[in-house]
Design a protein around this ligand. Structure first.
Ligand SMILES: Cc1cc2nc3c(=O)[nH]c(=O)nc-3n(C[C@H](O)[C@H](O)[C@H](O)COP(=O)(O)OP(=O)(O)OC[C@H]3O[C@@H](n4cnc5c(N)ncnc54)[C@H](O)[C@@H]3O)c2cc1C
Length: 526
């Protein structure tokens, strides 16, 4: 039997953004938190480097702001950058109070602050190289202790419920969502005057990604279908080196490996980075990703090699214990043979347009974390700023909207109509693979109008087929995600076609120059 669950606050997603918001509004009302897999499964859980905040006497807010603006290539919103960075230290302190154990310097009562690409000071708090897992653990434990928070696992949000869809008069407003109970295969109604969208990113739209399977862009697709504005989806950050091994589908090889002297080599074993940048293998992340992509396209190779075999084996094992062990699990001893690597989609800089207080342009709908576009990252994200953004925006949204209460109007249950049980699920698998492959080949690191137009034509065909399938058959988790993946692919392609310049993470052969005026690419359903 399908049911309706009414709450004061509905949260979709259990990463750092959703959990922070839920914990902060729990004192004010009843919170329903739905998440599509196990409660800890999220991008947050896989974050390695850490969370950036101004924590030392040598650092200043102005320097962190400057580094962020520099990375963002003219598209950051300065007031948003200042607000988020200014609240960083207080939010880090709250994470600590919720039980997050950040690493300390040995024998000193000070945090061990890491330094990453683009940061001019040491300011990255970390918990070893499993920072995300530690944050997720602490927040999940804290949320599970709160009597006012009910967590629904394996509950997949399908679509937002809006007054427009309900046929109510007046301005559009969000009233919650329909969600598929993946175990019982029933669609339930989750209703609340305030809905926080915290569904994370969309790395799965690409063939190679560092993201776990949950990252299928559901939040962006749902918000767009509901009428919200979505911005800057063309800015996809690619991590240069992911292990090329189907069984290790999301395993990152940290940039620190190149920092310690590893060399990228082409198919014939020749180093190539010196042809692309004066810093060769130590060039910035996006330049290395672009160089690898170019080598692969030129030679038709499926991967390049990352070689650190010239370093003493003991040093490699000690410096990279996790990476060494994980690669060995898949049969690669990095002290003996170069590792096969490919760049991989890593972070979605664009998203649902939201203020620094999480407000979207649909009243009742908030957004925070990777799903949202607040203007912090601009055209390129500064490393370790995303965990920071997620918790600051969730905190500010809770402060501003943590007291809203009003009556929920009658909401009809989900109607399946005459939908049949799907007969040929191979359609779903095939289209899923096709989208990810075509996005990789035509809408990847280096773009051109010709490639983008090719992608657009194919995505339009796929969307017709997927929509037909969606309306004719009962929904399944794979079908829901496929529909969202196709929607996000369309938004990335349309945004990329609209940007007639190369800026930050968007690089196109047809318009290699930067335009003098920086502008966001904003899309809204007509
Ligand atoms: C390998 C890796 C390393 C990273 N390292 C760093 C780092 O060092 N520092 C940094 O700042 N950032 C890092 N990032 C990025 C950072 O982890 C993410 O941007 C951040 O965790 C996003 O948090 P979030 O709460 O917005 O989303 P997530 O943590 O991804 O959580 C999204 C949640 O929404 C749920 N969900 C999604 N769709 C639905 C749906 N339809 N219905 C119900 N639930 C749904 C998911 O199951 C999940 O619980 C890294 C990312 C990866 C993948």
């Amino acid at each position: 039997m399908s049911a309706q669950h009414d709450f004061d606050f509905l949260v979709i997603g259990s990463g750092i953004a959703g959990l922070t918001f839920a914990l902060k509004v729990a004192a004010a009302g009843r919170v329903g938190l739905i998440t599509k897999k196990h409660r800890a499964e999220s991008n947050t859980n896989y974050a390695q480097g850490g969370i950036a905040a101004v924590m030392s006497a040598e650092d200043t807010f102005e320097l962190h702001v400057r580094d962020t603006l520099e990375a963002g290539a003219g598209l950051c919103r300065a007031e948003v950058v200042r607000a988020i960075i200014g609240e960083g230290p207080a939010l880090v302190q709250e994470l600590v109070e919720w039980g997050v154990n950040f690493s300390h310097r040995e024998g000193v009562a000070e945090y061990d602050l890491g330094r990453e690409g683009g940061h001019t000071k040491r300011r990255v708090l970390h918990a070893g190289d499993i920072t995300g897992r530690e944050i997720e653990r602490a927040l999940v434990e804290e949320a599970s202790r709160q009597p006012n928070i009910t967590i629904y696992e394996n509950m997949l949000a399908i679509d937002l419920i809006t007054s427009q869809k309900l046929g109510q008069p007046g301005a559009n407003r969000c009233w919650g969502c329909y969600a598929l109970d993946e175990k019982r295969r029933v669609v339930e109604t989750f209703a609340a005057p305030v809905t926080m969208l915290a569904t994370g990113g969309s790395g799965k739209v690409y063939l190679y990604t560092s993201n776990p399977d949950i990252a299928s862009g559901d939040g962006v697709a749902m918000a767009y279908r509901a009428g919200a504005s979505v911005a800057n989806m063309e800015f996809v950050q690619f991590h240069p080196t992911c292990l090329y091994e189907p069984r290790a589908k999301t395993f990152l090889i940290s940039e620190a490996v190149r920092g310690e002297g590893a060399v990228l080599r082409g198919r014939d074993g020749t180093p190539f980075m010196q042809h692309y940048h004066a810093l060769a293998d130590l060039a910035p992340r996006d330049i290395v990703a672009r160089a690898i992509d170019s080598e692969m396209k030129k030679t038709g190779a499926e991967y390049v090699a990352l070689d650190i075999t010239h370093k003493p084996a003991d040093f490699v094992r000690q410096r990279f214990p996790n990476i060494y062990a994980k690669c060995l699990e898949f049969g690669y001893d990095m002290t003996q043979k170069p590792l096969p690597v490919v760049p991989a989609a890593h972070y979605q800089c664009g998203g649902v347009v939201a203020t620094v207080d999480g407000e979207t342009d649909i009243p009742g709908l908030l957004a925070a974390g990777e799903v949202a576009h607040t203007g912090l990252h601009g055209a390129n994200r500064l490393a370790s700023n995303s965990l920071l953004e997620a918790c600051v925006v969730a905190h500010r949204a809770a402060q501003k909207h943590g007291r809203v209460k009003c009556d929920i109007p009658p909401i009809p249950p989900w109607a399946s109509g005459n939908a049949a049980d799907p007969d040929e699920l191979v359609v779903v698998t095939h289209n899923w693979e096709e989208i990810r492959r075509l996005m990789w080949d035509y809408v990847g690191i280096v773009r051109s109008d010709k490639r983008l137009l090719r992608a657009r034509a194919r995505i339009q065909n796929l969307q017709r087929e997927i929509n037909q399938f969606y309306w004719d058959y009962k929904v399944t988790p794979d079908l829901i995600e496929l529909r969202n993946l196709a929607q996000v692919a369309e938004l990335i392609v349309e945004s990329a076609l609209q940007r007639k310049e190369s800026r930050g993470l968007h690089y196109t052969l047809d318009y290699p120059a930067l335009l003098p005026a920086a502008r966001d690419t904003v899309l809204r359903k007509s």
